[in-house]
Structure formats: C-alpha cells, structure tokens
Design a binder for this molecule. Structure first.
Ligand SMILES: NC(=O)c1ccc[n+]([C@@H]2O[C@H](COP(=O)([O-])OP(=O)(O)OC[C@H]3O[C@@H](n4cnc5c(N)ncnc54)[C@H](O)[C@@H]3O)[C@@H](O)[C@H]2O)c1
Length: 354
C-alpha cells in the first residue's frame, strides 16, 4: 500500500489569542531556540530577565525587546505566560515567586534529580500553576510525524527502537555542567527518554551504564541503556558524545521498527550543534521503498513553538491536555533516576575459571 507522507502532522496548532511571554534566564538556549521560535510563530515576547544584568541588556537589545531590571518587574507583567530558561537547580528559586495559577514553561530537566522534580511538582500543585516542562523533542516536526505515522498504523506495533549517537558535542557551551554529578542522561539523553515515553508509554525498568571520557572533566558523556517495555520490544540507547574522528562515521539517529513498517530519523541538529545539519525522516512499509518525508521545520527552533503553543492553548481552554505537564514530565525524571540507579549497580558477575 502506498502512503502519502505529506499528510503527516508536523506542527502544533498556534494559540488563537497569544499572550505575552516573559523569559526568565536569558542564556544560550534562549537566543538559539526560544526567541527564534517565538519570532517565527509571531508569539509576542514582553521581555527578558537574567540575573546577569549585562546579559539581560545584550539579549533585549539584540532581540528588540524589553530588558527587565528585576525579577519582580518581570513577574508584574500583566497577563504574562512565564518561560523559565534557567539552569536546572534554579527553578525552585523562581517558581515560588510566580503568581498562583500562572501559566509557566520550565526548561528541561525538571530539576537536577527526582527529589527536585518532586519538589517542583508539589510546588506547582500547591500554587495551581499551569506548568509544563520544555521537553520539546516530541514536538519537533519529525517526531510529530513519527507519532502520526504510528497512530495511522503505518508501522504496525513498534518492536525494535534504537537511539544511536556517535558524534562530538560542544559541551563548553554549557558551562553550568562542570562539577555536576549527573550530566549525560540528566541533560541530554533525557530528551530521548521523554520521546520514548511519548511514543511507547512508560517502560517498567531500565538497565544502564553512563560514564565519562578521558578527554573531558564532565561526569558522564557516554551512555548505554536497555529498556523493558513489552516482552517482544527491544529498546536501546547507544550514546557516544566523544567520536572525534571526523564526520564520516558520525551519526545521530532514531530507528523505529514496527511489525509492518519502519522509520529512520536523523537528528541533524546534533551533528554540528547548534547550527546543525538538516533533520531527516524516512519511512517504509514492508515491501515498499523508503520514502523521505519533506520536513516543515527542524528540532531547533520549530519544536519550541510546539511546547509554548500547547501551554498557551491549554491555558486558554483550546487544548484539552497539557502534553508535557509537570505531572507527565515527572515520569521522564523518574526514568532518568532509574537509569542512574541502574548505572550504579553491578552487572551479573561472570564466573571465574575454576
Ligand atoms: N533542547 C533543549 O531543550 C535545551 C538545550 C540547551 C539547554 N537547555 C536547558 O536550558 C537551561 C539553560 O541552558 P543554557 O544553555 O541557556 O544555559 P546558560 O548558562 O547559557 O544560561 C542560563 C542563564 O540563566 C541565568 N540565571 C541563572 N539563575 C538565574 C535566576 N535565578 N534568575 C534569572 N536568571 C538566572 C544565568 O545568568 C544565565 O544567563 C538549562 O536547564 C538547560 O538544561 C535545554
């Protein structure tokens, strides 16, 4: 059966009445992805605030928006939707100051570990915040299309999924990671954990190893993991951020194999972060050739339109569900926690020769 891949859904609907966005924390990801996304989607930005006043001024000037002089001034913006793009440990400093009932998007991860994620969840509940976590990979054009292809039954039931990364990541762009005990899974592979959950549901268990590399001081830059879903589903990660041997064998991909078809995703962004190469999506059904799906955007910045649009639409009653709500995101944090716990446990010992 031939398939019309141009019919696949690739974007989230925009809010009908966009509200002003107040950005708190104005670092690299804000200028690489948040502000470009909002400009592209005509979502209004009321202004930015950063603890570093010089950074506030620079970003406000470059992006022709207001630079707030204090957190209180930023928070006082009428009808604002708050966009927190802070290091993971800073969410709990800012969230208590937001007005009860506010709509807020928190940059991922949801705190540094599950204890902080639980504290964030409880605070959001106590303040009745409409709060989502910016796990935006599941909102990227390619992953929305994969989700749609699965929903249409084109691949059948997923039985084999692999995330394969073999590349060089410029970790120096994330100085706040130096000295953190949890790095690779906590800030990077967590996107893949979240995307797995979005497409396959919650696994019941995980086996993981995560380790550093002689070329870096960071706690971990390489991860392998194996996830328990249904007994016939093999789901695995092989993540190496240290393949510094030229572009030829570098790779960043998701392979989805179902009972009736398969999809391959290339995460082009990661191959030359943050400029990136183009993302790609290919789909086949048993017996057919592979078809490349023309993508209507990239992970950066287009996926960031999706998370903010869903939040604003949910706050306005236009979307029934807040997809990456703190309630949902907590499970991604629980999966990351389980992976770190597994990584700290010994493997099955191999018998010594008698
Ligand atoms: N794809 C993604 O979703 C993605 C990619 C990169 C980074 N991130 C996440 O975004 C967050 C920020 O990353 P980044 O690369 O922009 O880091 P960064 O270090 O460039 O920026 C963080 C900014 O937050 C400011 N800040 C810290 N505490 C603050 C506070 N209490 N109030 C106001 N400002 C404060 C700092 O001064 C800094 O300018 C991190 O949590 C990171 O994990 C997400």
């Amino acid at each position: 059966m031939s398939i019309d891949t141009t019919a696949l859904r690739q974007s989230w609907p925009r809010p009908s009445f966009p509200r002003p966005i107040v950005i708190i924390g104005a670092g690299g990801i804000v200028t690489d992805a948040h502000l470009p996304a909002y400009r592209l989607a005509n979502l209004p930005v009321a202004g930015v605030y950063d603890l570093d006043a010089e950074r506030t001024r620079t970003v406000a000037t470059q992006w022709n928006t207001r630079g707030f002089e204090s957190l209180d001034q930023a928070i006082a913006t009428p009808d604002a939707v708050f966009d927190l793009a802070l290091p993971p440990g800073a969410h709990l400093d800012v969230l208590p100051k937001l007005p009860d009932g506010a709509a807020v998007l928190l940059q991922k991860p949801m705190g540094r570990d599950l204890v902080e994620a639980t504290a964030i969840l409880e605070l959001c509940r106590a303040k009745s915040l409409k709060a989502a976590v910016n796990f935006q990979l599941r909102f990227s054009p390619m992953m929305l299309a994969v989700a749609d292809a699965l929903a249409r039954g084109w691949l059948g039931r997923l039985i084999d999924v692999e995330v394969h990364l073999n590349l060089v990541t410029p970790w120096h762009l994330f100085p706040f990671l130096v000295g953190m005990p949890r790095v690779e899974i906590a800030v990077h592979s967590i996107h893949y954990l979240d995307t797995l959950r979005a497409l396959l549901g919650n696994p019941t268990g995980v086996h993981a190893r995560t380790l550093g590399h002689p070329s870096t001081d960071l706690a971990q830059t390489r991860t392998s993991a194996l996830f328990d879903f249904a007994p016939d589903q093999r789901v695995t990660f092989s993540i190496n951020h240290n393949h510094d041997f030229g572009r030829r064998f570098q790779d960043a991909s998701f392979r989805f194999e179902g009972t009736d078809g398969a999809a391959m995703v290339k995460l082009g962004l990661l191959l030359n972060y943050p400029e990136g190469e183009s993302d790609e999506l290919w789909i086949t059904r048993k017996g057919d050739d592979w078809t490349q799906v023309p993508l209507q955007g990239r992970w950066f910045p287009h996926a960031f339109i999706g998370t903010m649009s869903n939040l604003q639409r949910y706050a306005a009653g236009e979307d029934a569900a807040l997809i990456s709500s703190v309630e949902d995101a907590w499970h991604t944090m629980a999966l990351a926690e389980a992976a770190f716990e597994s990584a700290a446990k010994p493997a099955t010992p191999v018998k010594a020769k008698p």
